[in-house]
Design a protein around this ligand. Structure first.
Ligand code: PAF
Length: 283
């Protein structure tokens, strides 16, 4: 496994692979790898000749009061897991290499970033779209894989890839959950034992929503009221949003008569967690 610490080394490596007609699968991450990331690597591994992992905690996707400085890292463990997953190159850029002093370009999308998490994280998706664009240009992948726990991010990257004519296939990886249902996230590391219990309210809520739809409930408002009370019954929870929306546009739906996405963000103590589920109404 090669470890490439600068943009130019990464580009040189990718160019050499392309010259030899090798294809590249790519999994961008911010590190502190867990089984969710590993599942993305496992998905990418058989698809191409090479498998690249990037680890970069991207400052431009964090707002002023977010957890950029506290974001967990464990490079030694990440590299061990990457090697075991069959990664052939790890890209570990430094901030200055990605955003040099005079840097001033940012990617923006018209509507997708303004729903769900975008409402309380106004700079987040611009930062994600920008860094992913740069990583695509540097790593030159044929296929890139993103986790669907960040469903909005996944849709934004898909849209951006189409809109900007990147010749890259974007694939989504399913949410990987702990045995009790908690969606895996690097931010779970922030939770105390009590908060870990309260964090289960998210996965249980999306399951409750699916059960309500399966019972024939078509009114998102009714389910939202039920879930809100359910989450509030757990200590230290504060709801950012619960949304019943169109899976492609992320626009809220008024009636559940086709597949919907239920997505939610809840703060548990100071930790903001997200979860989602695609739900089909009964036929
Ligand atoms: O999902 C993430 O870890 C990040 O948002 C990404 C895609 C690596 C961009 O920084």
């Amino acid at each position: 496994m090669e470890i490439l610490k600068t943009k130019s080394l990464m580009q040189e490596w990718a160019r050499a692979k392309k010259k030899n007609s090798k294809t590249i699968s790519f999994v961008p991450t911010m590190g502190y790898l867990h089984q969710g990331h590993i599942s993305l690597l496992e998905k990418g591994k058989p698809l191409c000749d090479e498998l690249v992992l990037s680890i970069f905690v991207n400052p431009s996707q964090f707002g002023p009061n977010e957890d950029l400085d506290a974001y967990p890292t464990d490079m030694e463990n990440d590299l061990r897991l990457a090697e075991a997953a069959g990664v052939t190159a790890v890209f570990l850029p430094q901030k200055q290499d990605i955003y040099p002093q005079d840097y001033q370009t940012r990617i923006s999308l018209d509507s997708l970033p303004h729903h769900l998490c975008g409402k309380c994280r106004p700079v987040h998706f611009g930062g994600v779209a920008t860094v992913v664009t740069k990583l695509f240009n540097i790593v030159m992948p044929d296929v890139a894989i993103f986790g669907k726990k960040d469903y909005q991010q996944f849709q934004i990257i898909r849209r951006m890839t189409l809109d900007l004519d990147f010749d890259i296939e974007i694939l989504g990886g399913e949410i990987v959950r702990e045995p009790d249902g908690l969606a895996m996230s690097s931010r779970n590391a922030y939770l105390t034992a009590d908060q870990r219990e309260s964090a289960l309210s998210l996965s249980r809520s999306v399951r409750k929503a699916a059960q309500a739809v399966a019972r024939g409930e078509k009114n998102p408002g009714v389910i939202q009221t039920e879930i809100t009370a359910f989450i509030q019954s757990f200590p230290q929870t504060s709801i950012d949003y619960i949304s019943f929306c169109d899976p492609a546009t992320l626009e809220p739906v008024k009636i559940i008569d086709k597949q919907i996405l239920v997505a939610l963000a809840v703060r548990v103590g100071k930790t903001r967690l997200i979860d989602n589920l695609l739900i089909d109404p009964p036929r």
